[in-house]
Design a protein around this ligand. Structure first.
Ligand code: NAP
Length: 202
């Protein structure tokens, strides 16, 4: 059975922290492909601060183009309204019926899910496997998850993955651009060029 990773994100913009996480998951969990899914609008953030979905989608394409195992989906970009992850996984299970799906998240996101803070969290946890990235500063272990678990599920399908620390965040990148500070080496060169060309985050 093929093993497919799904990396959801706002990707505003996508950066090397996201890419390292996806690549580490691909290798550690022997995934044949990682599908990046930029959201239309994140359910949990103030929409005023979020860049147009098409810009975020194109930057995700540019960032992933050199990795033959990475692909980008428009499934959330083309679905109106906020992007609830449960709806995405339910939709993806049809084309990938013969595959094992692994949803890749950071430490904050998996704790929100097990606390039941996402739309239909318990159902989401039942739909696929999860790879939760633990990194210095955002560390996570099975005990943290067990203590936070309000879903009534056993969490046997949630796997913790250690990744190297990259102190990069989309918030910091946007702030740097606003302050005319460099973002080179924090994002792939084509993403930097796209930000400059379209005057994003000014
Ligand atoms: P994001 O800021 O673009 O981040 C995407 C993922 O990359 C997150 O899991 C994040 O981990 C991780 N990450 C960020 N910086 C990193 C670094 N330096 N090194 C390693 N990993 C890093 O996206 P987001 O706004 O958090 O949203 C994540 C996904 O959750 C999206 O698809 C969103 O739509 C979905 N979501 C769904 C619901 C719902 O269905 N109700 C609610 C909220 C979010 P952290 O978790 O540690 O930040």
């Amino acid at each position: 059975m093929a093993r497919i990773g799904i990396m959801g994100g706002t990707f505003d913009p996508i950066h090397y922290g996201h890419l390292v996480t996806a690549e580490e998951a691909r290798v550690q969990f022997e995934l044949s492909q990682v599908l990046f899914v930029p959201n239309h609008y994140p359910p949990h953030k103030d929409l005023n601060g979020v860049t147009d979905p098409e810009h975020r989608y194109r930057m995700t394409l540019l960032a992933t183009m050199t990795n033959e195992h990475f692909a980008v989906s428009r499934i959330e970009i083309d679905r109106p309204g906020p992007s609830f992850t449960i709806e995405t996984i339910e939709m993806l299970r049809k084309p990938y019926a013969a595959s094992d799906l692994f949803y890749i998240t950071g430490a904050d996101a998996i704790l929100q899910i097990v606390r039941g803070e996402w739309e239909r969290s318990a159902e989401l946890l039942a739909l696929c496997q999860f790879i939760a990235a633990s990194r210095p500063g955002f560390s996570l272990n099975a005990e943290d998850m067990r203590r936070s678990n309000a879903t009534g599920r056993r969490l046997d399908n949630v796997h913790v993955m250690e990744i190297p620390a990259l102190a990069i965040s989309s918030t910091d990148i946007r702030r740097r651009v606003t302050q005319s500070r460099p973002i080179r080496y924090l994002v792939p060169d084509p993403v930097e060029a796209y930000v400059v060309k379209h005057r994003l985050y000014r």
